[in-house]
Ligand binder design. Structure first.
Ligand code: ADP
Ligand code: MG
Ligand code: MG
Ligand code: MG
Ligand code: MG
Length: 714
């Protein structure tokens, strides 16, 4: 969830008055960082994962399962343990952070991993120990799960201890999510309330219901009994207050209907709820989900920008492979991922910004939520410092570098940035005048069209040389598929980082390690073969939507470059490889095992086409497309010849998980969960996931993780 500032958060009416102040100083803070370290180079390729956990509480007699709000106490114990070690000057092997749900934990390695393969081999063990440590802090009957979404989040009575939603009060005014489910740290309820207030209504998320053999069609959700039990009296007021989402007349109509003796179905009552959809009305439905993120430190700002762009293309593909969220609010959905739910759950755009009314009070029409896919490629940019893989620039004086194109910069074309992204012209000017190039200036001028959502009274006045708090306020509430992270001024040892943010959490540590390690190895392959994955960003966005759909791995195709070898004739030595054994080889020789031959179909330059996930990952022989898993294997073959057989076997096992998920030999988490529900004797084929089914599902997921099952076999 980014940084947690401490202090007194201002209510929205106050906070919004300071938006320009925060933005202006945020950019000054960025410029100070930029001018201090844009020329930094030779940082190591460090990296680290983030795993989010859900803590559940079982009732074995009644086959009940709830999210445990006591997870918050476990988090405090974990953080005390961590601080004890730090106070003694020791490194603790894991680090623990709060997350949105009071029932959630976030764990990372205590220190980032280094760049050796030995470090990579410790990842799964670290994840296993993190799970054990978190489990050791729990109360009896509780368990830690890596499940993207708690299947009955927002269903009646889903918390332990029990708590009730308050649709006419509290941070989210949700019909389904009690305040107690939200992390009590001031930042979280304030974020929730201010998103709702800025938007002018509650968030409205509708995911299509999965129509099973006994699901009525059209499907109109009956009113959940918790809604009628706990808030009948205040319901009309609550609907009017919370759901005036540009539908004032419908709201009035719906409220009139409440005078009847029995309540109509949910879509009849709540204008924002669509028939044939699972309706969700609170931030918790998205931010209360668990994901797997991986952060990389690049050796220079150019390399960070290069990785940001190249990895952005891969985010939808890895999302489809990692899909793990087929159930929302106790119903099977016709989607497999959390992405659009979380995107909708923090969509603070006003009616005008969403384009439902002409611009009058708001400044911009904005196409995407704050939580969405990236809207700008950065390109490696002009050379400020020289990537460390570019040996020939090492001796060029820094002031001359900015006129030289960076490695990989020739791959970027303006036509790839085809989203017509809105940006703040004044902020763009402030950045360009401060010495930032066009594309990076546009990137931040786009992020800074947003308002700061949580403004702490105590932090309004800052020393812009020493703090990046105003900058981070906006930066870290732009939750995009990739994040470009400048180092904080307080940590001069940290370099430029990029974060890969699209993956869903996996059920087992082996799979979480496999997904993390695969992205790490792909980063190595991108850098050492100078891969070119660019396609227009509008196609990446299309891929994102396709990745979200049910069983996308089997049922969808994705836009991808036909040829991702940037320059087949370039020598590895020119790309920074110092090993005399292979430095003279060309990229084509390294990748294909043969020199590049003109006329052989390696795909037209810049052509892209629709491929299955299997083709993208495992190759498409008919067009000589090698596939990302094979590129990673070639990287290991060429650059890591000295690794032991045991190491190679272990790494291959991780690559194999990805390769077999892509081919369909292993199930995605979402498919495994769907199949579990479908086969459960308590499931009636009506899309309803009862508490009994959810109980058995959670137990099965817990067992899978404990037994360290290698994969989800079909
Ligand atoms: P956020 O929540 O803002 O994304 P976190 O602090 O939770 O960030 O951690 C992100 C990950 O980055 C962790 O796995 C951590 O180990 C890793 N990390 C920390 N420092 C570095 C660094 N210098 N380079 C690469 N990764 C790092
Ligand atoms: Mg997190
Ligand atoms: Mg984190
Ligand atoms: Mg985070
Ligand atoms: Mg993160």
């Amino acid at each position: 969830m980014g940084l947690l500032s401490l202090g007194t958060p201002l209510p929205w009416e106050e906070a919004k008055k300071h938006a320009d102040h925060v933005r202006k100083h945020g950019i000054v803070q960025f410029l100070n960082i930029w001018n201090r370290i844009k020329t930094r180079r030779k940082d190591h390729l460090l990296w680290g994962d983030e795993i989010e956990y859900i803590v559940v509480k079982y009732n074995d007699e009644e086959k009940g399962v709830k999210v445990s709000l006591h997870a918050h106490d476990a988090l405090e114990k974990l953080q005390v343990l961590e601080l004890d070690h730090i106070a003694k000057g020791e490194v603790f092997e894991s680090s623990w952070k709060p997350e949105y749900g009071r029932y959630m934990l976030e764990g990372t390695p205590g220190l980032p991993y280094g760049y050796t393969l030995d470090d990579i081999l410790g990842v799964e063990e670290n994840m296993i120990r993190r799970r054990r440590l978190a489990t050791s802090m729990l109360r009896p009957g509780e368990a830690v799960l890596t499940l993207t979404n708690f299947p009955r989040l927002g269903s009646c009575g889903f918390t332990d201890p029990p708590s009730n939603a308050t649709p006419d009060a509290g941070a989210s005014m949700s019909f389904f999510i009690p305040n107690e489910a939200i992390n009590p740290h001031a930042r979280f309820p304030t974020l929730t309330a201010n998103i709702r207030l800025r938007r002018g209504s509650k968030v409205a998320i509708n995911m299509p219901i999965y129509k099973d053999k006994n699901t009525p069609s059209p499907w109109r959700e009956p009113n959940p009994s918790c809604l009628t039990n706990h808030c009948t009296k205040s319901l009309p007021a609550a609907i009017a207050a919370g759901c005036s989402n540009g539908h004032a007349e419908e709201t009035a109509e719906a409220v009139k209907k409440l005078n009847k003796d029995s309540l109509p179905s949910l879509p009849d009552l709540v204008p924002d709820a669509l028939p044939d959809h699972i309706y969700m009305d609170a931030m918790c439905f998205g931010m209360g989900c668990c994901c797997l993120q991986v952060t990389f430190q690049a050796c220079s700002v150019e390399e960070a920008r290069l990785l940001y762009d190249q990895l952005a293309v891969v985010t939808p593909i890895m999302m489809a492979l990692s899909a793990g969220a087929p159930i929302f609010r106790g119903y099977l959905a016709d989607v497999d991922c959390r992405w659009n739910v979380i995107s909708g759950s923090v969509d603070d755009r006003t009616i005008e910004e969403r384009g439902l009314k002409p611009l009058e009070h708001s400044k911009f029409r904005i196409k995407k939520s704050r939580y969405d896919s990236i809207s700008n490629y950065l390109s490696p940019g002009p050379m400020y410092s020289g990537g460390c893989n570019t040996p020939d620039v090492a001796n060029i004086p820094l002031e001359k570098l900015a006129s030289i194109p960076s490695k990989g910069m020739e791959f970027y074309k303006d036509e790839y940035n085809d989203l017509d992204t809105v940006y703040d012209k004044d902020i763009y000017r402030q950045l360009v005048d401060g010495g930032v190039d066009d594309l990076l200036a546009k990137h931040y001028a786009h992020l800074f069209i947003r308002d700061p959502l949580v403004v702490f009274q105590e932090l309004l006045e800052q020393d812009d040389e020493l703090s990046s708090d105003h900058f981070e306020n906006i930066q870290s509430t732009n939750w995009q598929s990739m994040r470009f992270k400048p180092p904080p001024p307080s940590a001069p040892h940290i370099g430029w980082r990029v974060e890969f943010r699209s993956m869903e959490i996996q059920l087992t540590d082996h799979e979480n390690a496999a997904f993390s390690i695969f992205v790490v190895l792909l980063v190595r392959a991108i850098l050492s073969f100078d891969l070119n994955l660019y396609i227009p960003l509008s196609k990446v966005d299309e891929n994102m939507q396709r990745a979200h759909s049910r069983d996308a791995v089997h049922r969808e195709k994705f836009w991808f470059r036909r040829n991702c070898i940037g320059d087949p004739n370039r020598k590895l030595g020119d790309l920074g490889c110092k090993c005399p054994r292979v430095a003279h080889q060309t990229v084509a020789e390294a990748v294909y095992g043969a020199p590049y031959v003109n006329g052989v179909d390696h795909g037209n330059e810049d052509a892209y086409e629709e491929m299955t996930v299997n083709e993208i990952m495992n190759g498409k022989p008919s067009t000589n497309f090698i596939g990302l898993t094979n590129l990673v294997r070639r990287y290991l073959h060429i650059h890591q010849p000295a690794i032991s057989e045991a190491t190679r076997t272990k790494l291959e096992a991780y690559i194999d998980v990805i390769s077999r998920k892509a081919s369909g030999e292993l199930k995605t988490s979402a498919t495994w969960i769907r199949d579990f529900v479908a086969a459960h004797p308590g499931y009636k084929g009506d899309s309803v996931v009862s508490e009994e089914v959810a109980y058995d599902l959670c137990k099965a997921v817990e067992n899978l993780a404990e037994k360290r099952v290698e994969g989800l076999n079909c």
